[in-house]
Write a protein that binds this ligand. Structure first.
Ligand SMILES: [Fe+2]
Length: 470
């Protein structure tokens, strides 16, 4: 019996090694909006152990396979982790709104084929999903991946906490790629990432772990994602960025893997269709009371004046009625800047439920009760005066006076404060809707001057809806 067990262990080890060595990809190809953020391009990334092969990417244009741009790669050679390579290609000359077939070739042999949704133009209708706090490897995360796929969106926006619990490369392997880039739409997940790009802001679970000795594969966001690099830059130890900890060799391994994506890629803006997106890092190491950082948002929103819609996305909500994370109100500080910049909707996560505010404007207190100047506490309370537009209902009155703040942090992780769903007395005055009895995602259909919003649960049912019209 003992001999049989040893034989079985040996056989299984032999086969698992063989399967790994025969596999072309460590992570199958997935789409990103790219460092350029161009309306006619998408980035395509994949991970492999192999650097010796010749790789190619082709797209089908006018019924002919055409070679894409130059491919480059970054080596990820971090401690305690099997070395691998992240390849980056660009699908270019995309025709807005059209599906485009693409294929990946290794040594001139096609090893992967799919289609992609090309970005929509300013005049085309489009659909997108927003869902935060997702990579938790729960049954509901997978069900919501199926729901997203059935809705056929053009992209998915993730307002932080992409993978739990530390943003590690290893966690992406189990909790992210297999669910959002599954081969089929089934109980394991859905083939979303190979057909549409995801866009993300970082959350505390993605970017708070910065000791490369404790977790050498932390901050994997910087080498797994390819998003625009048009945000503010500053050194480690500044208002924007903490100092990376760990031995020189471990830190260098991270810098080498992340290349120019670090540190810029956590704050950026991006235009999709008729909307401008400002995506920022609200983690507690960023000091948004810093005037230079504020000025970047002010200028970014000014430059977006030709867009019909303006959306802002970050992780920690300023306006939250849940008992969980209630005191983390520091992002309220930026409300006057968002209002001056004519922002329509702010999308947040962090709090694992769904909340919709009344359209509101907010003036932060500059003096406290004793008359002393208010000091902004990172992760602390921030009192002030809000003005609520209670005449807006999104059905008969579709013209909000103020910004609508959406908490959509129920994308997969266990829910917070379900008991508050039916206790409106426990909500803050600015909260119009609160739902925490099922995991949910936000689904938005954009039709020129219309923003049609639905919050959808794991059964595909709508639990809240409203429309904004311009
Ligand atoms: Fe969070």
């Amino acid at each position: 019996m003992k001999c049989l067990s040893i034989l079985l262990i040996c056989l299984s080890s032999f086969f698992s090694k063989n399967i790994f060595s025969q596999s072309v990809f460590i992570t199958k190809p997935y789409l990103q909006i790219g460092h350029e953020g161009s309306p006619n391009k998408l980035a395509l990334l994949w991970h492999t152990a192999d650097t010796a092969s010749e790789w190619g990417v082709e797209i089908k244009l006018n019924n002919r396979w055409v070679r894409s741009t130059k491919i480059y790669f970054n080596r990820v050679f971090i401690k305690n982790y099997q070395p691998f390579v992240v390849y980056h290609a660009t699908l270019q000359n995309l025709q807005n709104g059209k599906e485009v077939s693409y294929r990946v070739l290794k040594n001139k042999v096609t090893v992967f084929e799919s289609f992609a949704h090309s970005p929509k133009s300013k005049s085309q209708n489009y659909k997108f999903v927003v869902a935060g706090d997702i990579g938790a490897l729960t049954k509901n995360q997978k069900k919501l991946a199926n729901v997203m796929f059935d809705l056929n969106p053009d992209f998915v926006a993730v307002p932080g906490d992409i993978v739990y619990g530390h943003g590690l490369a290893n966690e992406y392997t189990t909790k992210f790629w297999p669910i959002y880039n599954a081969d089929n739409n089934d109980s394991t997940g859905a083939p979303l990432l190979r057909t549409i790009p995801f866009m993300a802001s970082v959350g505390n679970h993605d970017a708070n772990d910065r000791d490369m000795d404790k977790t050498p594969d932390a901050l994997a966001y910087y080498y797994f994602w390819e998003q625009p690099l048009n945000g503010p830059y500053d050194k480690e130890g500044s208002a924007l960025l903490p100092i990376l900890k760990g031995s020189e060799s471990n830190r260098n391994a991270f810098y080498e893997a992340a290349k120019n994506a670090y540190p810029k890629m956590t704050n950026f803006s991006y235009d999709y269709g008729n909307a401008h997106w400002t995506v920022i890092d609200a983690d507690s190491y960023v000091n948004w009371s810093n005037k230079e950082l504020q000025n970047w948002i002010i200028q970014d929103l000014k430059k977006s004046s030709k867009a019909m819609w303006r959306f802002v996305m970050f992780h920690q909500p300023g306006f939250n009625s849940s008992k969980a994370h209630f005191e983390e109100q520091h992002m309220r500080l930026l409300s006057p800047i968002f209002e001056a910049g004519k922002v329509d909707v702010v999308f947040n996560g962090h709090v694992h439920n769904y909340q919709r505010s009344f359209p509101l404007t907010f003036i932060p207190d500059t003096m406290d009760e004793s008359g002393a100047r208010v000091k902004i506490k990172i992760d602390g309370k921030l009192n002030g005066k809000w003005t609520l537009d209670k005449s807006f209902d999104g059905i008969n009155n579709k013209k909000p006076k103020g910004i609508i703040y959406i908490v959509t942090g129920a994308g997969g992780q266990r829910l917070y404060n379900y008991e508050q769903t039916n206790l409106p007395n426990s909500w803050q005055p600015f909260t119009d809707k609160f739902f925490s009895t099922d995991n949910t995602i936000s689904f938005i259909e954009m039709e020129k001057n219309k923003f049609q919003f639905k919050q959808i649960n794991t059964n595909g049912e709508t639990v809240d809806s409203f429309t904004i019209e311009k």
